[in-house]
Design a protein around this ligand. Structure first.
Ligand code: NAD
Length: 347
């Protein structure tokens, strides 16, 4: 099988590449602009392997994406490239509108060109999206595939728009598009501006652990390797035109997450005082959604996927991964992320 993965040098894209490359006959081409969020170290194990290629390119370059799709002729396009950090989208949405909307348009056009070249079959497009497109839940209920779109942030609004483009390219042009809307991912190789790595790395360095508002915002957490499994399953067996909500059945408040991280580090790297003493509450994020939760019964029923990793174990493994892989994160902390580590608390 031949795969094209956009955003493959990012957090989820690189986990997906590891999952795909585990099959000895898989050929993987990554298209990535290598923004601040990309880390070539995440793909280092595949360097020099003839069946893996990293193309540094901007998905907004429609001509280049069309040429690449036609030349590579993948069986599956996994579209993950995006600007992903909510706080950055609030500070400036330009890159989000460009990449998430214009870039998705370019990828859909490229896939459509290939689809037509192949005579109307032979390429499947997995559009990777987020549960944030649905807005906020109250204390009860879950998002599912029938939930109305109601995005709150510039990030989620651009992802919602991209989802609509993807669906329209199925309905209008017959492109076999499947959309996944997944909850918060955690695991190895996540850029250290996101909640869990930020807390782990700040705690390891004895820095403040900033928590938005009172920390009561609830997110559902899914291990990134479970997400990669779900994306592969959707590529294999998903029904074109359908959406799948994907989640981990692990609802946690942000405060619970930070407390768990602190407990794990108290055991592994004890300080003179508990790591919990580093917690500090900061002004809430504007438009901060209260609660996300996922009903993933459709993908379970129709595609036989369910999350397999236990959250407590997965979080402990993630903390251990960051402790063991300072060479992966240290350059990011010292360069692109320097100076921002105290102010931003994103998931
Ligand atoms: P990430 O920020 O870690 O990685 C994004 C990657 O896209 C980076 O490698 C970056 O260089 C690349 N990229 C950005 N702009 C580009 C452009 N114009 N052209 C080519 N490449 C570009 O993101 P992630 O957390 O791995 O998320 C991947 C996808 O999954 C996104 O579409 C995101 O919306 C979605 N998603 C993420 C989560 C989560 O919890 N992280 C949950 C659900 C869905």
């Amino acid at each position: 099988m031949k795969y094209l993965v956009t955003g493959g040098a990012g957090f989820i894209g690189s986990a997906l590449c590891h999952r795909l490359m585990a099959a000895p006959d898989a050929q993987v081409t990554v298209v990535d602009k290598m923004t601040y969020a990309a880390n070539p170290a995440s793909l280092a194990p595949f360097e020099g392997q003839g069946r893996f290629r990293l193309v540094k390119a901007d998905i907004c370059d429609q001509t280049r994406m069309m040429e690449l799709a036609l030349a590579d002729a993948p069986d599956v396009i996994f579209h993950l490239a995006a600007e992903t950090h909510v706080d950055r989208s609030i500070d400036g949405a330009d890159a989000f509108v460009q990449t998430n909307l214009v870039g998705t348009f370019a990828m859909l056009q490229a896939a459509r060109g290939l689809h037509e070249r192949k005579g109307g079959s032979g390429v499947r497009f997995v559009h990777v999206s987020t549960d944030e497109v649905f807005g906020s839940l109250g204390a009860e209920g879950h998002f599912d595939e029938a939930t109305a779109y109601d995005p709150s942030s510039p990030y989620s609004a651009t992802k919602a728009g991209a989802d609509h483009l993807a669906r329209a390219w199925h309905r209008t042009y017959g492109l076999p598009v499947m959309v996944s809307n997944c909850s918060n991912n955690y695991g190895p190789r996540q850029f250290p501006e996101k909640l869990i790595p930020l807390m782990v790395l700040n705690a390891l360095e004895g820095l403040k652990l900033p928590i938005y508002g009172d920390g009561s915002n609830v997110r559902d957490w899914l291990h990134v390797e479970d997400h990669a499994d779900a994306l592969v399953r959707i590529a294999e067996a998903g029904v074109p035109g359908e959406s799948y909500t994907v989640g981990g059945n692990s609802e946690k408040t942000n405060l619970e997450i930070v407390r768990l991280v602190c407990q794990l580090l108290d055991e592994r790297r004890p300080l003179s005082a508990p790591h919990g003493d580093l917690m500090t509450f900061v002004a809430d994020r504007p438009g901060h959604d209260l609660r996300y939760a996922i009903d993933a019964s459709k993908i379970g029923r129709e595609l036989g996927w369910a999350p397999s990793r236990d959250f407590a174990q997965g979080l402990a493994d993630t903390v251990d991964w960051y402790i063991a892989n300072e060479a992966w994160w240290r350059p990011l902390r010292e360069t692109v992320y320097a100076g921002q580590r105290l102010g931003k608390v994103g998931a």
